[in-house]
Each structure stands twice: as structure tokens, then as C-alpha cells.
Design a protein around this ligand. Sequence first.
Ligand code: OGA
Ligand code: NI
Length: 196
Amino acid sequence: MKKIFNAIIDSYIDTKVGITENFLNEKLALDLKANLLALYAGNELTQAGTGNKSGLVHNKNNRSDIIYWLDRAHNNASENVFFDLMDAFVLHLNETCYTGITSYEFHYTLYEKGSFYTKHMDQFRNSDSRQFSMIMYLNADWKKEDGGELSIHHKDRLQNISPTNGKSVFFKSNELLHEVLCTNVPRLSITGWLKK
Ligand code: OGA
Ligand code: NI
């Protein structure tokens, strides 16, 4: 596990956007995807907002994804495997990079065909608790014409990342403007933030 953790951390240090292909193993990715699809079929996903609880605004003009928060209290086996993995990652990150992360939050995310998320930063205006953003994609057989890239706005260039199965992306929440381009097919992921 340390090898995968170091791979995403090294990639982050080198380029400000850590990317690895196998942060979630194949079985975990499949199990989480099955959970997400079952929640979607059961109408459990809800419109995502663009603020935190005190200033929540539901604005379809900014983002049109639907979400469901993961929680250990669900006693769902694969969610708990996921949380164990994240606990180990946070421990490793804090030990090796002195990041002082004390908590995290993650949700399942589904962008239906035609959905997007306009250019934004992941920190809220009234809270700086979100330190790192992390997205793990659950889309098998993603093709260029499917769209839905994560587009990161660096000072001097755009970096477009396709949401292909098993890929994980890790970056500082208050540093990089980014957007999700319109997707032409359903786009599945787990999205979350490491906090202090
Ligand atoms: C977000 C976000 C990017 C992605 O949810 O804040 O920027 O690729 N997601 O899903
Ligand atoms: Ni974001």
C-alpha cells in the first residue's frame, strides 16, 4: 500500500496534481461502483450544493452532479474497506509530509449525461478546513468522445484528465481552479476532501 501512497504523493509534489492508476484495487472499485449504481437505482442520490451547510445553495447552473455521502455508520463492507484505506493513507501522509489531516469526507458522485461542474476552487469561503481534494473514477471503457474530463486551470496551461476507471487524482483544495466538462455518458466517481 505504501508504494501506491508514495506514488500519488510523489506525483503531487512533482506536478501539483497527483495521479495514479491503481489507488483503489479492482475489486474495491467494482464493489463501490455497484453500491453507487444501486443507490442511483433506488433514487438515493441528491442534487449537490456548492456551499457548506450554513451557506448551501443548490444551483444547477454551477454543477449538476448528484451525490451520496459515504459513512461508516452504513456498515457497508466495501465502504468500510474504503475508509480503512483512507485511514492508512492519511496516517502515511501525516507521517511523511506533516500535513496534520484530522478528518475527511467522501461522497459517491454521478454526473448524468449532459452534466458538468463549472470552474471552481474546493475550499469554501467561510471555512479553510478542506486541505486536499481527491477523486477516484469508476468508469470502465471511457472514450475520448464521452467528454467529462476534469480540466485543471494551471497558471500557464490547461490540464485535461479523463475520468478513466481506477484513476485517482489528488491536489490541494485551495490552490487549483478546476472544472468538470460536460459528460456525454453517465460519469461515476468517489469524491472527497482531507480536512483539518
Ligand atoms: C468537485 C470536483 C472533479 C471531478 O467535486 O469539487 O471538482 O473530476 N470534481 O469529478
Ligand atoms: Ni472541485
